[in-house]
Design a protein. Sequence first.
Length: 95
Amino acid sequence: MNKVIEDLNWFYKTLDIGGKTAEFYEAQKSIILQALIELEKQIPMKPINKTKPDNGVAQHYENCHIVVCPSCAGRLKLKSKGNYCDKCGQAIKWE
């Protein structure tokens, strides 16, 4: 998959205007960019732990485990530990 992403990145950066309308090429670039974004989300990434240290029993619930998506920073559900972020679709690698 990394090779496909590299090839699409190269194609996106080298797409030149010539022979067709500028709108055609802008549309092509937009489609390629969206494909790159979606492909990159399929590469599993580790979630980011944003948990603050617990300072005592009174703050236990306030400082519960907070784990967020590395792409959109949306809060992830620890109980289900899904394979994908339910907000942006980023593949998650739990370890």
